[in-house]
Design a protein around this ligand. Structure first.
Ligand code: HEC
Length: 123
């Protein structure tokens, strides 16, 4: 759905009508798929590894056994971002996801932006 066909309707107007919060569209497009593919099998539904449930915003904001894991607006102070970032040693027991491939750089960037912009989620 784009508003660019005729050039008469301003794209901003169309976006305001269909996407009240562009951060939510970003979340749906770039963040939720990453969490679903890499995190929720251990941190959602019945599984709360490390005490952490990431399936809703309020659960995520409650954090895990070590307390808060995201600080809205401050990715640099967010444990979640630290644990997925490439700076963490390969054999660090806390790196996330724990085994297998690391997140792609663009996925880490999407998570970082999502935390910086306030951890907007639709659940
Ligand atoms: C295979 C299961 C598994 C997957 C997949 C997984 N985690 Fe974890 N996670 C754990 C376990 C187990 C712990 C507790 C580790 C410990 O304390 O030794 C943990 C702990 C954490 C913590 C710290 C919680 C606290 O309070 O100490 C964060 C943050 C975290 N995970 C984020 C993520 C993110 C983000 C992803 C996806 C990119 C992810 N995890 C994927 C198993 C998993």
């Amino acid at each position: 759905m784009t508003g660019c066909s005729g050039g008469r309707t301003s794209p901003t107007t169309v976006q305001a009508a269909t996407n009240p919060d562009p951060r939510l569209a970003d979340y749906k497009a770039h963040v939720e798929p990453v969490l679903q593919a890499n995190c929720l099998r251990c941190h959602g539904g019945m599984n709360r590894r490390g005490g952490l449930n990431m399936s809703t915003r309020s659960a995520l904001l409650q954090g895990g056994k070590d307390g808060a894991v995201v600080v809205p607006g401050r990715p640099e102070d967010s444990l979640l971002i630290k644990l997925v970032s490439p700076g963490l040693a390969e054999d660090d027991p806390m790196r996330m996801p724990p085994k297998g491939a690391r997140l792609r750089a663009e996925d880490v960037a999407a998570l970082r932006k999502w935390v910086a912009e306030g951890v907007v989620m639709d659940r």
